[in-house]
Write a protein that binds this ligand. Structure first.
Ligand code: GCU
Length: 726
């Protein structure tokens, strides 16, 4: 257990409010249960802790349970090698623990797999016990965290009988962290990985990171930026990677690294990276062997190729499958997996960016090696506040597809806007692709059930940095949490995850939980409304994506301009992706293709995504498009004000430091929501040429003033920004 973990404990202050916390402990806060009757009930059931076995993983489980239970129950429980009396908590596998073996859980354990676990109560030889049982040590660790969560959220444990296992095989955080500790699209400080001091100095924070990941069932971490530096494969970095692999192994966390496709040129002094070239293949084979000599159980590689300037097989007129298979063959000897990213689009293509990944990859279905999984963003453009699901889901039945979400809020207000994103993730996972008729959800593609795949994965771009509270905004931790919980079980509801996280992170008081859950549940829709309502997308300022920039039109690449996406003109607004336009709708299975393609049937939240709509077109509300647009922007701002008012009522339940932090961030969010509203409404008005309907707040500045705003050194902008912005 690290020192850091206990550094921010809470002691009630004289006013009755909890003492200030800095958020470092995340959801792993084990403060003494204040409700005495509840604490006594738990104590009556758990009088001792028995975790036999001496593997590193079991040692971690034992330490976590000991720390958690002594904190929550307020007494140091005896940690015993064997059960000698009733009322013990026993954790282990049938091999590590004679007691677990004696319980005869074989049949039930058989169905929870390698990572699942059982929690229950039982009696054996006249002794009653509560047990955490699994087939593997890491299953025990996951079960230990689950058990602690039950106490943290004050659930009854007297009649426990549950068994669970993850629905997704690889559950991976993707860190877009550079080796110099800057983070591409990171808003919570610099990278937590101190590459310079590795492997000799292991920051205690790495262990707390691994604990946090294990506590929500994450089992993979990609350490470096997808826009990968070839340095990562140099020996001096491989020894650092190996240290991380060793450190994370007992937490069940597999390490992945991003590799640069052209590494044979940069590191191997070859004059090509052509996947068909025998010298290139030999170079990769030798390099992968070397990687695995250092890190024998590395999870594998992640590759971004032929996208946004990254090198790839297209440079040699080879397909993505040819490029991926070369690396997959080298990895296969070591059991490594290749996660090949489908985020590709080419400004030289005349086709709608929405369509390009689909056009590129669907002809390759079935051509990838069995250890390749295609990692697909939730939507076809780029992590917008709202996108329809990516049409590749349901279009490549013979290829395992991984989901890629973004936790870091590149397009959702960085780390200053409160946006709980589980509803966005669920919206995508629950979408019906109709690939095999109705009832073919995206989640079924991802968890392998729809097409019978056993290699399954979900990835998310992390929102973690070295800020003391990890994620910048105290509420941004909930997105890390929600991602882990959804990887484990995507059928969980956003509401249930929000409630769980709030209870763990702040307070179990139902008055707090209900109000704060309401804030969280409304938060993502608020962002959609004040940034990109009705299916608008990619209106953000150029490069750093901070703030509105619907007027951006001067990039050398058409598809990096906002005007490419919204297509405002005197007639109306929106991208015509129907048959009369780019026909991206045809990439969806019927009836979605028809639904999205029909002006009347298209869900309003995707209206301007798929249609160019006349300003006077009437929407379901009876308002015209122009009126509805103004209305939605205002509704978004109002929703932030509701969040502010709600938060203000919660002061008594939250410690002063986190309360005031959230309060200040909500003030920023309200200010920036107005900025978004005013800049966008004024800009679109130049095309609509209609007055802003009565009853809406007037803009603070002129359009020219908004357009003149420049922002320098916005965090997460990977390239140093030259002044003036290029
Ligand atoms: C977005 C983001 C980039 C990132 C890219 C990716 O375009 O702005 O910074 O590199 O996604 O997913 O690779």
């Amino acid at each position: 257990m690290s020192l850091y973990a206990s550094a921010s404990g809470t002691k009630p202050d004289p006013t009755g409010r909890p003492a200030s916390e800095d958020g470092y402990r995340l959801w792993l806060r084990y403060d003494r249960i204040p409700e005495e009757a509840q604490r006594q009930r738990y104590l009556a059931q758990i009088g001792a802790l028995v975790v036999s076995g001496d593997s590193p993983t079991l040692a971690i489980a034992r330490a976590e349970l000991a720390q958690g239970l002594s904190g929550l129950l307020g007494v140091a429980l005896p940690v015993e090698p064997e059960v000698t009396h009733g009322g013990a908590l026993v954790a282990g596998t049938p091999r590590s623990s004679v007691w677990i073996a004696a319980l005869g859980l074989g049949d039930r354990l058989a169905v929870v797999g390698d990572e699942g676990y059982l929690l229950g109560t039982a009696a054996h030889g006249g002794l009653a016990c509560t047990y955490i049982a699994a087939n593997t040590d890491v299953g025990v660790l996951y079960g230990a965290f689950h058990f602690l969560r039950l106490l943290q959220t004050r659930q009854p444990i007297h009649a426990l009988a549950l068994g669970t296992q993850p629905r997704i095989g690889l559950r991976v955080l993707n860190h877009w962290d550079n080796l110099d500790r800057t983070i591409e699209r990171g808003y919570a400080g610099f990278s937590v990985w101190d590459w310079h001091k590795l492997p000799d100095y292991i920051d205690p924070r790495y262990r707390d990171y691994a604990r946090a990941c294990a506590s929500i069932g994450l089992n993979g971490t990609l350490l470096n930026n997808t826009n990968a530096s070839a340095h990562m494969l140099m020996e001096q970095y491989l020894v650092k990677v190996a240290a991380m692999v060793d450190l994370f192994r007992p937490y069940g966390l597999k390490v992945f690294i991003s590799v640069r496709f052209s590494s044979p040129i940069e590191l191997g002094a070859l004059d090509t990276a052509d996947p068909a070239d025998p010298a290139v293949r030999a170079w990769w084979k030798a390099k992968v062997d070397e990687v695995y000599r250092h890190a024998p159980d590395l999870g594998g590689f992640v590759v971004k190729a032929d996208s946004e300037g990254q090198p790839g097989p297209h440079d040699y007129h080879r397909t993505h499958a040819e490029g991926a298979n070369m690396l997959a063959d080298a990895l296969a000897d070591h059991g490594g997996v290749l996660m090949w990213r489908a985020f590709v689009y080419d400004h030289r293509s005349a086709d709608d960016r929405h369509k390009q990944a689909y056009l590129e990859f669907t002809p390759l279905d079935g051509q990838f090696r069995p250890n390749v999984i295609l990692q697909v963003k939730n939507g076809a453009i780029d992590f917008q506040p709202r996108e329809p699901f990516h049409p590749l889901f349901g279009a490549m039945p013979r290829t395992p597809l991984a989901m890629e979400f973004q936790l870091t809020q590149e397009y959702l207000g960085c780390a200053t806007h409160l946006a709980y994103l589980a509803p966005m993730y669920k919206e995508c996972l629950d979408s019906d692709t109709y690939a095999h008729g109705p009832g073919s959800p995206v989640s079924g593609v991802i968890d392998g059930t729809l097409d019978g795949h056993t290699l399954t994965a979900m990835a998310a771009v992390a929102n973690i940095g070295d800020d003391r509270n990890w994620c910048g905004h105290p509420f941004a931790q909930s997105n890390w949490y929600a991602f882990g919980r959804l990887c484990w079980d995507h059928t969980l509801t956003s509401e249930a995850i929000a409630e769980e996280w709030l209870r763990l992170t702040f307070s179990n008081d139902p008055r707090f939980v209900e109000a704060a859950r309401g804030m969280m549940m409304a938060s993502r829709e608020a962002v959609v409304n004040y940034m990109t309502p009705l299916g608008l997308h990619h209106l953000m300022a150029r490069g750093h994506h901070y703030g509105p920039g619907p007027w951006v039109a001067d990039s050398w690449r058409a598809d990096w301009n906002s005007v490419y996406y919204h297509r405002a003109d005197a007639h109306g607004l929106g991208f015509d992706r129907t048959a009369s336009g780019s026909n991206a709708v045809a990439q969806y299975h019927p009836p979605l293709s028809e639904r999205f393609g029909s002006l009347d049937e298209c869900p309003e939240e995707f209206l301007l995504w798929f249609h160019h709509v006349a300003w006077d077109h009437r929407l379901a509300s009876g308002r015209t498009l122009w009126e509805e647009l103004c209305h939605r922007y205002q509704v978004g701002v109002d929703a932030v004000r509701v969040m502010q008012r709600t938060w203000d009522t919660l002061e008594e339940f939250v410690d002063p430091a986190r309360f005031e932090h959230v309060q200040a961030l909500l003030r920023i969010q309200e200010k920036e929501a107005r900025w978004w509203r005013d800049a966008c409404v004024l800009y679109f008005q130049t095309f609509a040429r209609r007055p802003v309907p009565a009853g809406y707040e007037p803009a603070e500045k002129t359009l020219a003033e908004y357009m003149a705003l420049q922002h320098y050194f916005v965090p997460g902008t990977a390239r140093p920004i030259a002044q003036p912005l290029e």
